[in-house]
Each structure stands twice: as C-alpha cells, then as structure tokens.
Design a protein around this ligand. Structure first.
Ligand code: SAH
Ligand code: SF4
Ligand code: F3S
Length: 441
C-alpha cells in the first residue's frame, strides 16, 4: 500500500464547521488522505472558514499568506478554502491569492473527491453551488472507527430569518432539515462507535422540521424524544435555537426528557425593542422574557446562554442600558458578545447611524464585565451541588480526568480508574475561572 497523503484542516467559526471538517476529512480519506496536526508536513491544506465578522474573514487571508513559503518549498502542496468565506467570495479568493487551488462552499463539499482529482491533474477547482440534493447522502458512509464520547450531528442547515446584520442566510442558504431516519441512522452509528453525548446542530436547530418515518413533519422535540430511546446514548443537546422557534413541546421536553441536558443557548442580541426591530429579529424584549420564564418553569435549574451584539447602527446609550437591564434580569450562565461588524451584502450594511468604534468598544467591555460576573456567580453556585459529568479525557495533572457537567461546565476530578466515556455523579468542591473541581460521590 502507498503512504497516505497528509491532510491538514484548520477550522474556524461555529460548531457546524467542526462537523463539516470531520465530514470533509472523511471524504478525502477515500482519496488516500490521512489527517495530520501541522500544516508543515501536509500535502493538502484546507481552511474551513467563517464569514460572520470582518475579523474572521480577514484571518483567512493572513493565514493563507503564512502558507506561501510552504508552497514555495513544496510546489505539489494543494491549498483549499472551504466554508462560509468560500461561499461568499468564491473565485475572488483565487484572484486575491493565486496559490489557492480549490474553493468549495458548505453545500457542495460532497464533491471534494472529484475536485481533489481535478486539482491533482493540475487544474483549479471551484464549486459554490447550493444544489437541492442532500450532500450528506452523497458522501460515503462514515467510517466505523472508535471515537470519543461526544459528537456533533447536523440535523438542520441554513436560515430564513434574515437578521439585518447577518451573512448566514447567504452563506448557508435556505432552511433545510434532514429526514428523521437519516438522523437516527447516523446517531445509532455514532453510539456504536462509542459516542455517549450528541449535540444536534443547526443554524436554527429548533426550526427543525424533518420528514418522519410516517411521512409526516416532525419537529425537534419529537426527534429528541426518539433519539432518547437509543439506550447507550446518555445525553442530548442542541444548538443554536431561535426564540421564535421555541415551540411548546420543546420547552416541555426540557422538563420531562431526562437525557436532554439543562442547558439552552438562546440568543436575543439586544434588550432594546427599537434595535431588535431594526435588526429584523421579529421578537421583542417582552416576548423573549416571557419565553425565558416558561423555560425556567419547565426546568428551573437550566443554564441559559445567549449572544449579544453591541454598537448596531443607531444604538443609543439608552438602547444599551436596555440590553444591560435584560442581562441583569435573565441572569445568564454564559454568553458570547460581539461588537457589530458591517458585513457586505447584508441589509444593515447600507444604513447610516454607525456607532463610533470607541463607543461600541466601551459598551462591549461593560457588557462583558457583567456577563462574566454572572458566569462566575453561576459557577460558585454549583459548589456543594451534585451533578452528572461525562468524562472525556485525561487532565493536566496525573490521575486527573476532565469532562463536562450537565450544565456544560468543564469539570476535573482526580480519582482512580476513570476513563473517557464514563458518566458519573460528582460533588463540586470549588469553582475556578473556567472550570469546576469535583469529587466522585
Ligand atoms: N444562528 C444563530 C447564530 C448566528 S451567528 C442565531 O441566530 O443565533 C452567531 C452570532 O454571531 C450571532 O448570534 C450574533 O450575535 C453574532 N453575529 C452575527 N452577525 C454579526 C455581525 N455582523 N457583527 C457582529 N456579530 C454578529
Ligand atoms: Fe443569522 Fe439571524 Fe439567521 Fe441567526 S437567525 S443565523 S443571527 S440571520
Ligand atoms: Fe461562521 Fe458560517 Fe458558522 S459564517 S458562524 S462558519 S455558519
């Protein structure tokens, strides 16, 4: 057998890109590639990119610049760009960086094997089509190798919401859900390979409406409940949800489906109705607060998380105060917050009312300070409590294992005989900046 060719993939952006990178590596595995952890030894480098903010997109070009010397030393080295920058910029990437051999969008990477062959024969390859066909069905069956205890599984892609700031509806296309049976098949397969926790992914995962085995439309709650019947699957999570798609049965599932973990990422973006309207979010501050209340009724100890944008065009100090006030009221377990970044082609890009950069930066600092106080308080509150932990890998100290709690906190325990995949009850003994220490009970 010939030596495998070496593939280096670097992944930016959201969890869906992490999942896509796995599938791309598998697709190229069929072409004789094995993954390596450094670009220096690679025969092919693939950047799986994110277009969400300007900085994310620009990183791609600076990274490509760094590969120039590698290409000079090894003219056979192939360089590809995948993901959302590939979708948004297409051929432009090859014009700006002629050493790029291959550009493939997130909806066409099932064609990677053919594209790789084309590149190997000395031609460039570009595909940013958004075909109707289900790319996951066109990809070869996933390999059977053993894997770690946690996995992502994409069940829904794309977005029809068109928030005024966001590129996702353009880079990922319209909302599409995978049929229930295909999701179940992939989930069972993952569990057979050792997976104990699955995180269902979608740009709007709770807008999932897949065709059920009965030919009817199944929502996410029904999918979750059916997945929960797989014995050796111990935990289910999903992300990212949109407030408008949080249907009653999904809220109920948080109360009565034991395998569904008490953690929910439910971005609101702003606490000001005026800004929410300009963002085209189609929910209000009050409707969001009412939703949070219902979710907490169903699952009182749920850890809530969210995303915020500060400095959206025309955001006043009062609008920002409204955001701070909403955060105070919700009390989040953890959050992501960003300074607004103008994205070409989105509705907000052509509007006036830009907030000066230093004002937006000051708001971001203030918001992040509040969010981090809440995060610390939530972690402190775990001290003395008993939680479940799914152990994933050895920690930094001898005899230590680390895993995630039900509430998605990183937890480390020092104990004999623990191995990856063990799901154990622990008592939290102390809270650090980013993780909890615990002992087995
Ligand atoms: N589908 C998800 C996540 C979309 S992207 C959702 O609807 O919540 C992840 C986060 O990036 C968004 O929630 C938003 O907070 C942030 N984001 C998106 N576009 C942005 C932009 N132009 N500038 C700054 N942050 C942005
Ligand atoms: Fe972007 Fe809004 Fe769609 Fe989320 S819901 S992906 S923020 S357009
Ligand atoms: Fe980024 Fe695309 Fe995900 S823009 S956040 S990689 S959907």
């Amino acid at each position: 057998m010939s030596e495998p060719k070496k593939l280096f993939i670097k992944t930016y952006g959201c969890q869906m890109n992490v999942y896509d990178s796995e599938r791309m590596a598998e697709a190229l595995g069929g072409q004789g590639y094995a993954e390596v952890s450094s670009p220096d030894e690679a025969d092919m480098i693939l950047l799986n990119t994110c277009h969400i903010r300007e900085k994310a997109a620009e990183k791609v070009y600076s990274e490509l610049g760094r590969f120039k010397h590698l290409k000079a030393e090894k003219p056979d080295l192939k360089i590809g760009v995948a993901g959302c920058v590939a979708q948004a910029e297409g051929r432009e990437i090859m014009l700006r960086q002629p050493m790029v051999d291959l550009v493939v969008g997130p909806q066409s990477y099932h064609r990677l094997p053919e594209m790789e062959a084309q590149v190997s024969s000395g031609r460039k390859a570009l595909d940013t089509e958004m075909p109707e066909e289900d790319k996951f069905e066109k990809l070869k069956a996933r390999p059977k190798a053993k894997r770690g205890p946690t996995a992502f599984l994409t069940v829904q892609e794309g977005c029809d919401k068109f928030c005024a700031f966001c590129v996702v509806p353009y880079t990922r296309g319209a909302e599409v859900s995978r049929p229930v049976e295909r999701v179940l098949r992939e989930a069972r397969d993952l569990v057979e390979r050792g997976v104990r926790e699955i995180t269902l992914l979608g740009q709007n995962v709770n807008a999932y409406h897949g065709e059920g085995p009965d030919g009817r439309d199944w929502g996410l709650a029904r999918l979750v409940r059916t997945l929960a019947e797989i014995d050796d699957l111990k935990r289910i999570r999903f992300t990212t949800s949109h407030p408008n798609d949080m249907e009653d049965d999904l809220i109920a599932a948080h109360g009565d489906c034991e395998k569904l973990m008490p953690y929910l990422h439910l971005p609101v973006q702003s606490g000001s109705d005026r800004i929410l309207k300009r963002m085209n979010r189609s929910h209000t501050r009050d409707s969001y607060m009412a939703l949070i209340e219902r979710i907490r009724e169903a699952r009182p100890d749920i850890a809530l998380s969210g995303d915020f944008i500060v400095g959206f065009p025309e955001e006043t100090d009062q609008d920002f105060r409204d955001t701070m006030d909403l955060v105070e009221r919700v009390n989040y377990a953890s959050c992501f917050s960003f300074k607004y970044s103008t994205r070409p082609g989105t509705p907000a890009a052509d509007r006036g009312g830009q907030v000066p950069g230093d004002v937006a930066s000051a708001r971001l600092i203030e918001l992040q300070a509040l969010l981090s106080r809440q995060q610390q308080a939530f972690m402190q509150d775990m001290v003395g409590r008993e939680v479940g932990v799914l152990f994933e890998k050895p920690g930094r100290h001898p005899g230590q294992m680390v895993g995630k709690s039900d509430h998605l906190h990183a937890v480390h325990v020092t104990a004999e005989g623990l191995k990856p995949g063990d799901l154990r009850r622990v008592r939290v003994t102390s809270a650090g900046a980013n993780s909890l220490a615990a002992e087995l009970v």
